[in-house]
Design a protein around this ligand. Sequence first.
Ligand SMILES: [Zn+2]
Length: 415
Amino acid sequence: MLKVVENRRDNFIDLMKEMISIRSYTCEEKEFAEMLMNRLSGLPGVDEAFIDGAGNMCAIIRGEGNGPAVMLNGHMDAVFEGNLENWAPYNPYVPEIVDGKLIGRGISDLKGGLAAHVCAFEDVAAYVARTGKKLPGDLIFLGVVQEEPAEMFGMEYFFDVTMKEKDIKCDLVYLCEPSSLDLAIAQRGKVELVVKTYGKCAHSSAPEEGINALEHMIPVLQRIFAHEGIDLQNDAIGRTPITVTNCIVKPGGTLSCIPDECEISIDRRYAPAQKLEDLVKEFEVMFEEIKKDIPDFKATVEPRVYEETSWTGYTNAVKKYHPAWSTPADNEFVVATIKALEAVGQTPKTKQWKFGTDGGTTCAIHGIPTIGYSGAMESQAHQPKEYVDVEDMVKTYEGYVSILAELYGIPAEEI
Ligand SMILES: [Zn+2]
């Protein structure tokens, strides 16, 4: 094991525990961001540390030369713990190690990986401070707000505002979402589409005088579940399913009223070749078909818009979608990452993620090669009694040190 990881192993485990003990629901990442800020600002070798307008925490080691500007990226928010009975005998915010497993909310998704990012970043800072040598490219640590509900909120702000303000560029992104020590280099797209049908209210004792919006949703639902007019793909990135997750009628509640509005939520996954406009268009074509049978059929479709205010008071509306992305397996950085991990005895395979990540922003929108790596397991994300294997997380920490050494041309033993 690399000396620095052996020496700092307890420090790393303590940081993972501290991260569990700071509850950081979406919109409530303040204390977590401030903990990172306290830890990284003023550290010898770190040139800048700040919290941006959206509440993202960033620290930078400025390099000079022709090497890549590398970003270590992970979200600071974690989802609700759910029913506490399902956690018994543990408490989601009191970290405990049992049989080599560290248990606590958010540790798999993704605080364990984030702790590895922090410690590897600190080790490189210490190397720079100790040797006085500049890295050949910048190293950026970024803890992001509001990944869980929308994936784009914090990242959009960072890319559109903060990077310009602070003159930050980025050639390569590592995401520390759970990947079981493999490399996730692609992800399906996801969008939440809202379909509404419209009718006319009437007293339910005389339904023929109204137009029931719920009844008009039936042909839409039939076509969705029969995949009629829905282009489902099954390519290298995996299946792209569609399903309905919610249905609301309005006015509803008033029992004797024919609903004049019916809304369904559709969870649609899609392949890199498909665009949001294509997915919307499928429904517009479907509506025209239905209209042939039902002349007074009226419907709309659009992506769900998520409006939220971050802990700093910044408010933004973002579409609830993330585009599919993929980094080619023969990309030079993927090759270098595998080499670096093999150098510390790991055997990573490349694979795809099923869930959504900030890679939608970094890779799909901004075209930056993006690689996911952490020893946490995908199956643990959002689960009660969420845990990581402590040794796998120590390997993750060592893996990141080795990766950064490889990318910056530093012998890993010197870090
Ligand atoms: Zn996550």
